[in-house]
Design a protein around this ligand. Structure first.
Ligand SMILES: C[S@@+](CC[C@H](N)C(=O)[O-])C[C@H]1O[C@@H](n2cnc3c(N)ncnc32)[C@H](O)[C@@H]1O
Length: 211
């Protein structure tokens, strides 16, 4: 059964202290976590000085990959405790407490060369994912791209296979299915390329079709 409501920010506040330790356990949904983040950073192809917005930054593991490149880094999350964890690791970054489902915060009223996110959007239903990504289109600088990595499958059959194989580890959330997501994003005027990185995770590389 799918959850009726996404998790509240307090759940992530509580998780912040142990989050990095939970990634070390090589089981669903985090097996292949480091490879997914490495691949997302590679697909972003960021250069020193480019502006990078990391949505739902958590403890900053993806953001760190752009900080070491010398990017101008902006991190958002709706959990103040998660943001604080990242601030300790990356004091030079900009931080904005923001719920992705809400109005765009005035602090982020500018464009970004890269908009990135990992393991966040599976908290939202497909319509919400598409609505949020569509609203980000005007925030992309010319020639910019969005890189969204998450728990994702090529189609429902692939999801069912992993669900059966992972047994008790499996939890139902709004995992991405590439075959329904890619056309929905293309309808918004994006060009989308999907890469499956592990059995349970993949990356959407999204650019505006006029780019
Ligand atoms: C599983 S963690 C992923 C963290 C990090 N991006 C990573 O790859 O390790 C999900 C993160 O998304 C944040 N998040 C969940 N729902 C959100 C929302 N509606 N708005 C903003 N952040 C949200 C959580 O607070 C948490 O930090």
């Amino acid at each position: 059964m799918l959850p009726n409501d996404p998790l509240p920010s307090s759940e992530f506040d509580d998780w912040a202290e142990t989050y990095d330790r939970s990634l070390a356990i090589d089981q669903f949904p985090f097996y292949g976590y480091e490879s997914l983040l490495d691949k997302a950073a590679a697909l972003a192809d960021a250069k020193p000085g480019l502006s990078v917005l990391d949505l739902g930054t958590g403890t900053g593991n993806l953001a760190m990959r752009f900080a070491v490149l010398g990017c101008d880094l902006w991190c958002t999350d709706f959990s103040a405790t998660m943001l604080e964890k990242t601030r300790l690791k990356l004091p030079a970054a900009h931080f904005v407490l923001h719920d992705l489902r809400g109005d765009w915060p005035p602090e982020l009223n500018r464009s970004f060369d890269r908009i990135v996110s990992t393991y966040v959007f599976h908290h939202f239903e497909l319509d919400e994912k598409v609505r949020i990504l569509g609203s980000l289109l005007p925030r992309l600088a010319p020639g910019g791209r969005m890189i969204i990595g998450d728990i994702a499958f090529p189609d429902a059959a692939a999801r069912e296979k992993v669900k059966i194989a992972d047994g008790d580890e499996w939890e139902d959330e709004f995992y991405w299915l590439a075959d329904e997501t890619v056309p929905a994003l293309e309808n918004l005027g994006f060009i989308v390329e999907y890469t499956q990185v592990s059995a349970c995770a993949g990356i959407f590389c999204i650019v505006e079709s006029s780019h």
